[in-house]
Design a binder for this molecule. Structure first.
Ligand code: PLP
Length: 393
């Protein structure tokens, strides 16, 4: 069976060119980049080149890039570093729709001596900027806000966020793990202090990430150990993955420049086709300010998991907007924060495309989804109740 992979916000396929770049560094070039001999030194030079490629994707300086073990480590490093550099400040700010990599750490900090503000979003997932401004005070150590949401693709307005946070001199971190490589980022324009990215969202392997730290930002390492990464992250480098990550950043930057791939066009074709073919569906999130590859769709009165299972039988891979909490399926905190009604949030599916997605794949999904929804609704008591209410109205 052919796989139609529309789950690229979960992870992406390693680009063949990335793999090819990596292989020699898993095999013949196994030297330690910290070694004095030229065999290790050659690996060190490749890491330096990867740092440049990564910096270029972000419009940053190579010295501002620290390689990490994943996006979650980048987020944790940034957050703990900010707290250590402002030890007397006990207030931290984030949004209600962050990825667990940030959300769960903020919740932990909230139980361990910090006052946490979770800035709300509106029904379209847009950040309440005035709430953000009003929450900032002399005691605020850090604001951490995601650049783009992993479930809905909604992009937060960074120029305004930067203005509001930096005018008060507060440290600003962004989890840009979903944004990097999908929309242009430029650290000389977008003046955040720290920014997290992750390899496996941009066709590099899993288990490699990077943290951008603006020059002059006080920094304290998360992994204290050897002198690697300029003393900012101990641990022998994951050489092949770093080199692959650099290549993936170079390729992503070239795709952003070239514009020959109309990912948003395919995404819109998918949405328009579903709207035409399926009654009672909603597109979640601000459709004006979204990542080009992401679509969160609610199919009312049925469960997302059932949809996923039936799509899986056709080889279609997507994600649902629910999470299993204490054995029961709960709509995700993102959809709840947006106030999406239960009947819709339960039936939410995220389709996330990549440059590898094709028109044929989209058309295949458009062929398979409507009968799946029809079948599930024919078995749903909530749908039956909805239909009978409509008929008696
Ligand atoms: N932040 C966001 C917005 C994400 O989408 C993800 C991964 O899904 C992460 C953080 C975690 O990244 P990693 O899997 O590299 O730890």
């Amino acid at each position: 069976m052919n796989i139609v992979y529309l789950d690229n916000n979960a992870t992406t396929r390693v680009d063949p060119a990335v793999l090819e770049t990596m292989l020699p560094y898993l095999d013949e070039w196994y030297g330690n980049p910290s070694s004095m001999h030229s065999f290790g030194g050659e690996v060190g030079r490749k890491i330096a080149a990867a740092r440049e490629q990564t910096a270029q994707l972000l419009g940053a300086d190579p010295e501002e890039i620290i390689f990490t073990g994943c996006g979650t480590e980048s987020d944790s490093t940034a957050i703990w570093s900010a707290l250590r550099s402002e030890p007397d400040k006990k207030h931290i700010v984030t949004s209600r729709v962050e990825h667990p990599a940030v959300k769960n750490l903020f919740e932990y900090l909230g139980k361990n001596g910090y006052r946490v503000t979770f800035v709300p979003v509106d029904g379209q997932g847009r950040l309440d900027l005035d709430f953000l401004s009003d929450s900032l005070g002399d005691d605020t150590a850090l604001v951490s806000l995601m650049w783009a949401n992993n479930e809905t693709g909604v992009i937060f307005p960074f120029p305004e966020i930067v203005e509001r946070v930096k005018e008060k001199g507060i440290l600003l971190h962004s989890d840009a793990i979903q944004a990097a490589g999908k929309i242009p980022l430029n650290m000389s324009r977008d003046r955040v202090d720290m920014l997290s990215i992750s390899g496996h969202k941009i066709h590099a392997p899993k288990g490699i990430g990077a943290l951008y730290v603006r020059k002059g930002t006080r920094f304290s390492p998360f992994l204290i150990g050897g002198h690697q990464e300029g003393g900012r992250r101990g641990g022998t480098e994951n050489t092949a993955s770093i080199i692959g990550f650099g290549k993936a950043c170079e390729l992503a930057a070239a795709r952003l420049e070239s514009k020959d791939q109309d990912i948003a066009g395919f995404r819109d074709r998918l949405e328009q086709g579903l709207i035409a073919g399926v009654p009672r569906i909603l597109i979640n999130g601000d459709t004006e300010n979204r990542l080009p590859n992401t679509s969160s769709i609610s199919f009312e009165y049925i469960e997302g998991e059932s949809i996923l299972l039936m799509l899986d039988k056709h080889g279609i891979c997507a994600s649902s907007g629910s999470a299993c909490t204490s054995g029961s399926l709960e709509p995700s905190h993102v959809l709840r924060a947006m106030g999406i009604p239960y009947t819709a949030a339960h039936g939410s599916i995220r389709f996330s495309l990549s440059h590898l997605s094709t028109r044929e794949e989209i058309d295949f999904v458009l062929e398979k989804v409507p009968p799946v929804i029809k079948r599930l609704r024919s078995m749903s008591p909530f749908w039956a109740e909805h239909v009978s209410t409509c008929q008696s109205a």
